[in-house]
Write a protein that binds this ligand. Structure first.
Ligand SMILES: Nc1ncnc2c1ncn2[C@@H]1O[C@H](COP(=O)(O)OP(=O)(O)O)[C@@H](O)[C@H]1O
Ligand SMILES: [Mg+2]
Length: 437
């Protein structure tokens, strides 16, 4: 096979004997993977730019199938590039149709969790924000993903990216009877099993199931037999791992059996970014997606913020027959510690979100936040110097007034203590600088 010209790609398999070797302007240099929809190859052009080429199992000789495919891919190309792998183009005229999209280097969420265990804290928050930002962008272009699952999230260097949006619909595989859905049932919303209309709420359901998998290593309705999973999706409450309270509440709402009761992706994003803040000034869609994109790719903070309460109650404990492959108890060391200055978007870690563009009341408020601020302000060099300066000024004024050292020193000391205490109380009450500054 022709070797990739660029750096090696972990997990890239050799081309099989009968695999195609080119796709349009791209040399195919290896197999990235194969799923129900076809085989995905790594392609390189003459300049060394890389793409993912998905050769799709579909017969486009039927004009209706062809026009649906063309229409869905055209819509997928219009999706804004926020936390998504952009669809570049599709070939529909040759014998073998294919879709070319941006190549995202990194493990899929599924592989990451299988190999290194569930995500927590900061990494989980960024995953949730990034994937729901992608969904909001996808939905605002009028596209429905229809196959969101941990295999369709790639953990890139700059944050999570959702891949394969619109392809399921382009291939007309939204109906349950298709064998192509096998393996993805665990992320499918109840309306898909009822043959009801499939719209954005089914992606919101799949998003919640995907995040629950990321946090617990197991989808919320299990992953055993197809019919058992279908039954649980239709009738049972989800079994969720311990989650931060805001995420727990959101995921439960998004897993509602009735699609009309689920919040939409933008609403979920706003709530994740604001984490329940009372200030809810409306953000324009573009700014919202940018905020989500930025939060999802934000580097790990140098000073970790206080840990998320580790033991949210688990109302539906995982049955003992379905072991979680890599449970991450709060005390377990992080599997791949990374130096704090290196952006490491996908480590499990007990930290809070790296960067929240809007007020997050959980940080710096409440009794804990006030205590932290009091401690910080008590040692603030600027505050101490100001009190010392005004204390000396008080002593000098006392000396001028009394010409005696004793009263002057007393005035100075009182001035120092009063200035120090007043500044301390005012700075603590007003909140001062950010906690993690
Ligand atoms: N744009 C992409 N960038 C990087 N890897 C990709 C991309 N698209 C697909 N892949 C890889 O190819 C694999 C197979 O993809 P796919 O055929 O969609 O199957 P599935 O989603 O069912 O796993 C994915 O799991 C992923 O590892
Ligand atoms: Mg895929």
């Amino acid at each position: 096979m022709s070797e990739p010209a660029g750096p090696p790609v972990p997990g890239l398999a050799r081309l099989w004997t009968h695999d195609p070797v080119t796709a349009g302007p791209y040399r195919l240099v290896g197999r990235l993977g194969a799923g129900g929809q076809g085989v995905v190859y790594l392609g390189e052009d003459d300049a060394g730019d890389r793409v993912a080429v998905k050769m799709v199992n579909v017969d486009l000789s039927d004009p209706r199938a062809r026009s649906q495919f063309v229409k869905e891919i055209a819509a997928a190309r219009r999706v804004a590039p926020f936390c998504t792998a952009q669809v570049l183009f599709a070939e529909v005229d040759g014998e073998q149709p294919y879709v070319v999209s941006e190549f995202i280097e990194g493990p899929t969420l599924h592989r990451q969790v299988r190999e290194s265990g569930p995500l927590a804290g900061n990494a989980l928050h960024r995953l949730a924000v990034g994937t729901v930002t992608a969904l909001a962008a996808i939905h605002s272009a009028g596209v429905v993903h229809c196959d969101l699952k941990p295999d369709n999230v790639v953990l890139g260097r700059d944050g999570p990216r959702v891949i394969d949006f619109g392809i399921a619909r382009a291939l007309g595989v939204t109906e349950t009877a298709s064998s192509r859905v096998m393996g993805t049932t665990a992320y499918m919303a109840p309306e898909r099993f009822r043959n009801d209309a499939v719209g954005p709420p089914c992606d919101v359901f799949a998003w919640a199931a995907t995040i629950a998998f990321a946090a617990g290593g197991r989808p919320p309705f299990g992953n055993d037999s197809l019919f058992a999973v279908m039954h649980r999706v239709l009738h049972d409450p989800p079994e969720l791992p311990p989650l931060p309270p805001v995420l727990d509440e959101l995921i439960r709402e998004c897993l509602a059996k009735d699609p009309a009761e689920r919040p939409d992706a933008e609403r979920v994003l706003v709530r994740l970014l604001r984490q329940g803040a009372t200030v809810t000034a409306p953000l324009r869609r573009e700014s919202l997606l940018e905020a989500g994109n930025e939060t999802a790719g934000a580097p790990t903070p140098n000073h970790p913020l206080p840990p998320v309460p580790p033991t949210a109650p688990q109302p539906h404990p995982t049955p003992p027959t379905t072991p979680q492959p890599h449970p991450t108890p709060p005390t377990t060391p992080q599997p791949h510690p990374t130096p704090p200055t290196t952006p490491a978007p996908f480590r499990a870690g007990p930290t809070q979100p790296a960067y929240l563009p809007v007020t997050e009341p959980g940080v710096g408020t409440g009794p804990d936040g006030a205590l932290r601020r009091l401690r910080r302000e008590a040692l603030d060099a600027w505050g101490i110097s100001t009190a010392l300066f005004l204390g000396s000024a008080g002593a000098a004024a006392g000396y001028v007034a009394s010409s005696a050292i004793g009263p002057a020193a007393a005035v100075g000391a009182v001035a120092f203590v009063v200035v120090y205490l007043v500044r301390l109380l005012v700075a603590t009450a007003l909140g001062g600088r950010p906690d993690h500054g």
